[in-house]
Write a protein that binds this ligand. Structure first.
Ligand code: BMA
Length: 893
């Protein structure tokens, strides 16, 4: 999908922010481009792009078709079970061969490889998250240097390593059969989801997934540099810690000039001895600086830090980096009248409620991830009023672009991306070995990743793993009591004594959490594996419950921080049709069960939907399939809305000792392929109903309604720090059979807490219905919003059902008709809808035309509504008209 139209302006600005991968001081020869690729018995020989992977190469060369198509994940399993050799040849000019040192730099190899140059083995790789530098001084020829990378099947390697681990097992052995995946992924440092996950296929990729280059130099090369602003509370001033990493051949001296224009400039003397060396400098800023704030809380000023290194011998190196000033603390302290400890982020001294979701790998073939795909997802997150994303530990550390976009200063409205990143280390849902070489490669991975990412202000926390504390505590893998200490010891060794220690050495400016979910400092007290890491009185929680009625908000844990929760849905037919044929378009087809990687997932969706909706029953099978997709999206949006609103209104409450919820990251933002999952954005960028709804339930000022013991309550939830709002709630009741409100009520004016949740309306439902005359729970719906005392609307319009829509009385087929007009603004279209009766969950779907509506999945309580569609590529009103499908709840049965 081409989103170039609107991402172009943003990218143009970003270009200037990036240093290319090459090390300053070295002459560089890129070895990216076309290589030769051969399987183990030479029966497959194709050309392959580097960076890239075997699957992509085979597909591009027409050797295989789309691996995502239908059942191809199974058909192409052989690719990952074979071993593959990448070969290239290159020449090096004589002057370059004469230089003091030559290094081959591999930014990323996936995963187990042996690398040789001109027949000499120069190194091995065992970790896709590391960069490898192999020295090749003296090995280069003038003509025809042959570079070969032999890559072993990750599946074979993982199984060999697991077999070699004879003393005790390191579970899980294999994923559940429903995932159709490979075994022992915990034995290899590779994206853990690449062996399959409950939302994704098994494609244990092999390849050279990042760039390769030759670097030659005489004196030294600058490997990398980091910049970390630190607040000195004693002096109430900022320091910027700058670190430079060198690879030195000849002892040398230099003068280093560092400057942040308008803030500070300083010179430092540098003396370097041969070998790898790390030099630290501190820039003391004696002026006031503008602080960086997360989205919705202020500006994101980025300062430019410039470095010039003037070598004694006359050479000079320059580099720039964006610097932002902000502090982040994770506050875990006692709360009055609540056992346990708080758990919230304080940015620049202010408590910030984190609103967002979880980020998984954008593609099974990472080489196919484009700038556009990342931009579309981040932009979509921000459009949904998210200010935080968790880069989940079963995938990959994202590419630089991702973090730069998250930091970024909103120079143009099109580039306003500035979220907070919760960065997991890449370990998930498993126990891990702790052999020396495993620990060693993890240590290198962690050091490299922290150095790569710590200069980004958007990263606000490091977290050791996903659910591995819980896996031991809740005994997911049936470990005997006698053996448990062994596993706890391994856990502490890996995440505490190695990862945590390294992170704290490398970066003292951010909190480190050992796991998610965890009880934080309470887990630490209990020896790092708490008795119950899901305890809502401490830390963060993950909570899933598929069969219980999600409308029953009292069943949700009133947690301090909800870092995972969610419900599955199916993506749209236009997304699925790219990988399926019409005979697959049935909920009970082989395709539907093949694509579902979560045990009973399809059943769970329908059962949950059936609690409140009549399931689709069209006699046309394709229509029924479309409608079933629709109903799963309705269910998902409604469930996540109810749960999120519960968490947001729990921000100020302490009830039965629980509450002060300060974060909601629903599971999950994006998809890795076209299949059912918890995502709110489909593979390809199309928004599900949930994503449209997130913009409302994550609005900075929210009116959240709830029924509690027969009363209708309305809360005003405000994320704002500064203003105290005076608000009133405006409430209306509508009957399903008429466009005129049955009655309207208004609350008294209430002062709403800044950064808090305030009850603004409370009324017994029976009295309300009586007062309104013509309403019953089944025949009416309640709408509400917040307004200023003068009547200006300040929260999105919200609504609450008084009974399940499946029992709605008077709800009729609305007969929605529409017209589409060009809005006269670039790629913007106005859709005017007419209906004969009120309609609920009104859903507009334009198939493959990329873009999104300003609202969708809405309640239509007037006979005419207008909606706008912003397209991401040139289109016309005619094309939209021809592709637009409109569905409302009453249309599906
Ligand atoms: C949590 C996540 C993922 C998973 C999701 C849905 O366990 O950390 O592992 O995909 O739930 O099951």
């Amino acid at each position: 999908m081409n989103h170039a139209v609107w991402s172009f302006a943003c990218l143009y600005l970003l270009e200037a922010l990036f240093l290319d991968g090459a090390s300053a001081g070295a002459e560089t020869f890129s070895l990216n481009g076309k290589w030769k690729l051969l399987n183990s018995n030479s029966s497959v020989s194709v050309s392959a792009e580097v960076p890239g992977c075997v699957h992509t190469a085979l597909q591009r060369q027409g050797f295989i078709s789309d691996p995502y198509y239908r059942f191809n994940d199974l058909a192409y399993r052989w690719i990952s079970l074979d071993n593959w050799t990448y070969t290239t040849s290159f020449s090096v000019p004589t002057h370059a061969r004469g230089k003091g040192k030559a290094v081959l730099v591999f930014e990323g190899v996936d995963t187990i490889s042996t690398v040789s140059l001109n027949g000499v083995i120069i190194g091995k790789t065992d970790n896709m998250f590391r960069r490898y530098d192999f020295e090749v001084t003296g090995l280069l020829k003038d003509q025809e240097n042959v570079l070969q990378v032999w890559i072993m099947s990750a599946v074979t390697y993982a199984s060999q390593r697991s077999r070699a681990h004879t003393e005790y097992r390191v579970p899980p052995d294999c994923p559940p059969p429903v995932q159709k995946g490979e075994c022992h992924v915990n034995f290899i440092r590779k994206a853990q989801s690449s062996f399959s996950w409950d939302w994704g296929p098994s494609f244990p990729t092999l390849g050279i997934w990042k760039g390769v280059r030759l670097e030659v130099f005489n004196t030294l090369r600058v490997l990398s540099f980091t910049t970390v602003p630190k607040y000195d509370s004693g002096n109430s001033s900022w320091n910027v810690e700058v670190e430079l990493f060198f690879d030195v051949v000849v002892a040398s001296k230099a003068l280093v000039l560092m400057s942040i224009p308008l803030l500070h400039s300083e010179e430092f003397h540098l003396s370097l001895t041969p070998g790898q060396s790390r030099k630290s400098f501190v820039l003391q800023i004696n002026q006031s600086v503008s602080l960086w704030w997360p989205f919705g809380h202020g500006e994101q000023p980025l300062y430019e830090l410039e470095i010039q290194i003037n070598m004694e011998g006359g050479e000079t190196f320059n580099a720039q980096r964006k610097v932002a000033f902000r502090t982040v603390e994770l506050i875990q302290e006692p709360i009055p009248s609540s056992p346990g400890l708080s758990f919230y982020f304080r940015i620049n001294g202010k408590p910030i409620f984190l609103k967002g979701s979880n980020w998984i790998p954008v593609h099974a073939f990472q080489d196919q991830v484009t700038t556009d795909m990342i931009t579309v997802l981040l932009r979509s997150a921000q459009k949904a009023n998210m200010n935080a994303l968790r880069v989940w530990g079963g995938g990959v550390y994202e590419q630089d672009l991702f973090y730069s976009l998250c930091d970024m200063y909103g120079i143009m409205s099109i580039c306003l991306l500035f979220c907070q990143i919760w960065q997991d280390f890449m370990f998930a849902c498993a126990l891990y070995p702790t052999e020396k070489d495993f620990i060693q490669t993890v240590r290198e991975e962690v050091t490299q990743q922290v150095r790569r990412l710590k200069s980004h202000p958007s990263v606000v926390i490091w977290s050791g793993n996903n659910e591995n504390e819980a896996a031991i505590a809740a005994d997911w893998f049936s470990i005997s009591a006698a053996e448990r200490p062994l596993y706890v010891r391994d856990y502490v060794s890996l995440y505490v004594e190695n990862i945590r220690d390294l992170v704290l050495q490398e970066d003292s400016t951010r909190p480190f959490l050992v796991s998610s979910p965890t009880n934080g400092v309470e887990s630490e007290k209990e020896g790092w594996v708490a008795h119950d890491p899901y305890d809502p009185h401490y830390g963060d929680t993950h909570f899933y419950s598929y069969y219980n009625d999600c409308w029953n908000w009292t069943a949700f844990p009133r947690t301090r921080f909800a870092s995972e929760y969610g419900f599955q849905s199916w993506p749209s037919l236009s997304t699925l049709s790219k990988v399926s044929v019409s005979s697959d378009w049935d909920f009970s087809s082989n395709f539907s069960s093949h694509r579902q990687h979560h045990e009973d997932g399809n059943q769970q969706m329908l059962k949950q939907a059936e609690l409140h909706y009549i399931l689709p029953n069209s006699s046309d099978p394709v229509q029924r399939y479309r409608d079933t997709i629709y109903i799963t999206q309705v269910m998902q949006a409604q469930c996540v809305k109810i749960q999120t609103e519960f968490y947001r209104r729990s921000r100020s409450d302490i009830i039965e000792g629980k509450g002060h919820t300060m974060g909601t990251l629903y599971w999950q933002l994006n998809d890795i392929w076209q299949g059912p999952s918890w995502s709110s954005v489909e593979f390809g960028g199309k928004w599900k109903m949930l994503h449209y709804w997130a913009a409302d339930f994550y609005a900075p000022v929210l009116s959240a309604g709830v029924e509690d013991e027969g009363d209708l309550l309305m809360y005003a939830v405000s994320d704002r720090h500064s203003e105290r709002h005076k608000v009133k709630a405006k409430v209306k009741l509508y009957s399903w059979s008429s466009f005129d409100a049955v009655c309207s009520l208004e609350s008294n004016v209430t002062t709403v807490k800044e950064g808090g949740s305030t009850l603004v309306f409370q009324h017994p439902i029976s009295a309300l219905l009586e007062q309104c005359g013509n309403c019953t729970r089944r025949s009416c719906i309640v709408t509400f919003h917040l307004s200023t005392p003068e009547g200006q609307m300040i929260s999105p319009l919200n609504h609450i059902f008084l009974s399940s829509p499946r029992h709605a009385e008077g709800l009729q087929k609305p007969d929605i008709t529409f017209t589409v007009k060009d809005a006269g603004i670039v790629q913007s279209f106005v859709v005017t809808l007419h209906c004969s009766f009120p309609a609920v969950y009104v859903w507009l779907d334009v198939d493959d035309i990329p873009g999104h509506f300003n609202v969708n999945g809405f309640l239509m309580l007037s006979n005419k509504s207008t909606v706008t569609f912003g397209a991401w590529r040139p289109t016309t009103a005619e094309e939209i008209t021809a592709n637009l499908h409109i569905t409302s709840l009453r249309d599906v049965y």
